[in-house]
Design a protein around this ligand. Structure first.
Ligand code: NAD
Ligand code: LMR
Length: 333
C-alpha cells in the first residue's frame, strides 16, 4: 500500500506562474514529478500584479486536482514574500521580446527582473536554495541573478539547456531508430540560443559511439545541429508561441536530476558558471556536460575536443561574452 506523503514540504518557487510554461509546470510539480509521490511540495508562485487574477484561477485548478503531494500554495507579487525560505526557485517569468525591441532592450528589461529577484533570493531564500533559470535569455539572466546574490554560492545557479539536450536525444533517436533510453552522454555546449552546440561525438547509442553509428558528418553539420539549435524558433513559427509543455518538462528534468543525481554512466547538460573548463572564459553561464550527486553538479572533464567542436564551442562562448559585456555596460552585474 502507498503511504501518504509526509515530512517537511519542499518549498518550490515558480516565477511567471500564470504564463504558458507555468500552466504545465505547476501541475507536474504538484503531482510529484519532481521528488516522487512521498515528498510533499509547497508551491510559492510569483507573478506581476496584473497577472494575479489569472493565477488565482490556476490555483483553483490546482486545488481541484486534489494532489496528495501538494502541501500548500501561496501566490503574490512580492518577491521577498514569495521566496522566503524556498529550497528551489524556478525562474521562468521573463519579459518576451516585443515589436521593435532590440537585443539590448530585452537584456535591459529582463535585467531589471533578474536583478530584483537575485537580491530577494539573497535576502530570504533557504540556506540550501537552488535556482534554475528558464526565462530567456536564460544564461545571462542566470548570470544577473547570481551576481546580485553574493551570499548564495555561485554553483547554486543554473540555466536551462535541458530542453536542447532532450531535443538532441530525440533527433538522434529518430535518425538512428534507437530508443531514447538507449542514448546516453549527449552534450549541449554554450548558450540556450541558436549558437548552442549540440555535440554527439561523445554520445553513445546502446554503448556505441553515436557519431560512428550515424557515420554521416553532413547530417551532423547540416541537419542535426541546426535542427536542434533552431527548434525553439520552429515551434514559435508552428504554434504561434514558444514551447511550453516541453520547456516545463525539461525544467522538471533538470531540477530533478540536480536534486536527486544523474544515473551511473550518463550525464546531462546544464548551463553553469564557467570555471574555465574546456578553455571557456570564466564569468559566463555556459552549458556543459555535468554529473550530479547530492544536489551538487560537476563538469565532466577530459573529453576530447577536435577542431570542428572547438570552433562551435568558442562561437557560442563568444556570444555569451557579448551578452555579459552588454549587461555589464547596463550596470546590471
Ligand atoms: P509567458 O509570456 O506565457 O509567461 C511569462 C509570465 O511571466 C507571464 O505570466 C508574466 O506576467 C510573468 N512575468 C513577467 N515579469 C515577471 C516578474 N518580474 N515576476 C514574475 N513574473 C513575471 O511565457 P512562457 O511561454 O511561460 O515562457 C517564459 C519564459 O521562458 C520566456 O522567457 C521564454 O522565452 C522562456 N523559455 C525558455 C526555454 C528554455 O529552454 N530555456 C524554453 C521555452 C521558453
Ligand atoms: C525554446 O527553446 O523553445 C525557447 O527558448 C524559444 C524562445 O525564444 O522562447
Amino acid at each position: 500500500m502507498n503511504s501518504s506523503p509526509s515530512g517537511t514540504p519542499v518549498k518550490v518557487a515558480v516565477t511567471g506562474a500564470a504564463g504558458q510554461i507555468g500552466y504545465s509546470l505547476l501541475f507536474r510539480l504538484a503531482s510529484g514529478a519532481l521528488l516522487g509521490p512521498d515528498r510533499p511540495i509547497e508551491l510559492r508562485l510569483l507573478e506581476i500584479t496584473p497577472a494575479l487574477k489569472a493565477l488565482e484561477g490556476v490555483v483553483m485548478e490546482l486545488e481541484d486536482c486534489a494532489f496528495p503531494t501538494l502541501a500548500g500554495v501561496q501566490i503574490g507579487d512580492d518577491a521577498e514574500q514569495i521566496f522566503d525560505g524556498v529550497n528551489l526557485a524556478l525562474l521562468v517569468g521573463a519579459r518576451p521580446r516585443g515589436p521593435g525591441m532590440e537585443r539590448a532592450d530585452l537584456l535591459e528589461a529582463n535585467g531589471a527582473i533578474f536583478t530584483a529577484q537575485g537580491k530577494a533570493l539573497n535576502k530570504v531564500a533557504a540556506d540550501d536554495v537552488r535556482i534554475g533559470v528558464t526565462g530567456n535569455p536564460a544564461n545571462t539572466n542566470a548570470l544577473i541573478a547570481m551576481t546580485n546574490a553574493p551570499d548564495i554560492p555561485q554553483e547554486r545557479f543554473t540555466a536551462l539547456t535541458r530542453l536542447d539536450h532532450n531535443r538532441a536525444i530525440s533527433q538522434l533517436a529518430a535518425k538512428t531508430g534507437a530508443a531514447v533510453s538507449d542514448i546516453k552522454k549527449m552534450t549541449i555546449w554554450g548558450n540556450h540560443s541558436a549558437t548552442q552546440y549540440p555535440d554527439i561525438f561523445h554520445a553513445e547509442i546502446a554503448g556505441r559511439n553515436a557519431a560512428e553509428v550515424v557515420d554521416d558528418q553532413s547530417w551532423i553539420e547540416n541537419d542535426f545541429i541546426p535542427t536542434v539549435a533552431k527548434r525553439g524558433a520552429a515551434i514559435i513559427e508552428a504554434r504561434g508561441s514558444s514551447s511550453a509543455a516541453s520547456a516545463a518538462s525539461a525544467t522538471i528534468d533538470a531540477a530533478r536530476d540536480w536534486l536527486t543525481g544523474t544515473p551511473e554512466g550518463d550525464w546531462v547538460s546544464m548551463a553553469v558558471a564557467s570555471d574555465g573548463s574546456y578553455g571557456i572564459p570564466e564569468g559566463v553561464i555556459y552549458s556543459y556536460p555535468v554529473t550530479t550527486r547530492d544536489g551538487r553538479w560537476e563538469i565532466v572533464q577530459g573529453l576530447e575536443v577536435d577542431d570542428f567542436s572547438r570552433g562551435k564551442m568558442d562561437a557560442t562562448a563568444a556570444e555569451l561574452v557579448e551578452e555579459r559585456d552588454a549587461v555589464k555596460e547596463l550596470g546590471l552585474i
